[in-house]
Design a protein around this ligand. Structure first.
Ligand code: SF4
Length: 368
């Protein structure tokens, strides 16, 4: 079955499991609000394996991302990767770029069958990346780990946050992604949740410019490009292809996953204590895997079902003719309006005939 044939009302393209919030780093913008120590109530190894069994029940080859915090802050991570691989899952991981990500650990993960490792680069030099991360040496550790992954034959993904502090470095980061032989560049447009609220988002016009540039990068680069929390990249790509008279087809990300997966629609996130969210940036729980199956929560909870219905959207996104191919970031709508079905304020597009209010980018006063 090709990924484009996957019915996202029945299974996600990707399940992310935040195995721990523990991390040596304490980045100012951390979504997870990472902590130095592991939480006493995080899912145990046995509970984690049961969760992987659940993920397997979605179907063959289900993609699972072990995330954090730093997943390597747990001592069972290689065991979890092995277990997932043995049970037919595609296991990937997003370790933190610290000195603990040694060549030996990377070799162990590759031997366990890890399909991809994702590392964050938010600057193209030690000066810019380390300033953003607030940790001297982080850039060098990350680049060393990227090279070790390449040497181990482990496909590499680079994640980059787009905000006012990083936007000037994007062209140089693109070049570095190519130099590191990464297979995918995942460009995350800031959502003001967790410690991300301390960063400055870019305005919709600059975001539009970045997305237009990313479409050009994707045409030429030796790696795939995808956006995170910016599904209007699909709208921008469609508009550009139409303007050129070409045939627009959804881009792919190098492992066959459809790009533009959105919260609750092709995407599920399980927190360190088992809460199921539509995304790591939309911290509204639809259930807990200690009490019910991930499959049931994904398929049948009211929250997930509503997020898969573009006609349930309100405001500018609800009035937009692109809502079925884009739909806006539900996480950003939640973070700024307190309502996951409201408009995404990062989008510059004004639907024809729409005369309602334009959404505001300021964070909402919601319990997160
Ligand atoms: S208005 Fe909403 S649905 Fe339309 S392109 Fe913008 S973000 Fe997407």
């Amino acid at each position: 079955m090709r990924p484009s044939d996957v019915d996202t009302s029945q299974r996600p393209f990707v399940c992310i499991w935040e195995v721990t919030q523990a991390c040596e780093l304490a980045c100012e913008h951390c979504r997870a609000d990472a902590q130095p120590a592991r939480h006493p109530d995080e899912l145990t190894t046995t509970e984690g394996k049961a969760l992987l069994d659940d993920a397997r029940a979605f179907g063959d080859g289900q993609l699972v991302v072990l995330s954090g915090g730093d997943p390597l802050a747990r001592d069972d991570t290689v065991d979890l990767v092995e277990y997932g691989v043995e049970n037919g899952l595609q296991m990937t991981m997003t370790p933190s770029g610290t000195g603990s990500l040694t060549r030996e650990r990377i070799d162990d993960l590759a031997d366990a069958g890890l399909r991809r490792m994702a590392l964050s680069l938010d600057g193209a030099s030690a000066a810019t990346h380390d300033a953003f991360r607030g940790e001297a040496g982080s850039f060098d550790s990350t680049v060393d780990a990227a090279r070790a992954a390449r040497d181990a034959g482990l496909p590499l993904q680079i994640n980059t946050t787009v905000c006012a502090q990083t936007i000037g470095d994007l062209p140089a980061i693109r070049d570095l992604v190519a130099d590191l032989d990464a297979v995918l560049w995942s460009v995350f447009f800031l959502v003001p949740v967790g410690r991300g609220r301390v960063l400055d988002p870019i305005d919709p016009e600059r975001a539009e410019g970045v997305m237009e540039w990313l479409v050009e990068v994707a045409d030429d680069a030796p790696f795939g490009v995808k956006t995170t929390e910016a599904p209007h990249y699909r709208r921008v790509a469609l508009q550009q292809k139409r303007a050129e008279g070409g045939i627009a087809s959804p881009a792919r990300d190098g492992i066959g996953r459809r790009t533009g997966v959105t919260a609750g629609d092709g995407f599920a996130f399980v927190s360190h204590v088992g809460d199921v969210y539509p995304s790591g940036f939309l911290p509204e729980s639809a259930g807990n895997v200690r009490e019910e199956s991930l499959v049931d929560v994904y398929r049948d909870s009211d929250l997930f079902e509503s997020l898969r219905d573009p006609d349930a959207l309100t405001g500018k996104c609800g009035a937009c003719e692109f809502r079925h191919v884009c739909g806006g970031s539900r996480s950003r709508a939640y973070a700024t309006a307190g309502d996951p079905l409201a408009s995404d304020p990062l989008c510059a597009y004004e639907p024809e005939g729409y005369d309602g209010p334009m959404p505001d980018q300021s964070p909402a006063e919601v319990e997160l």
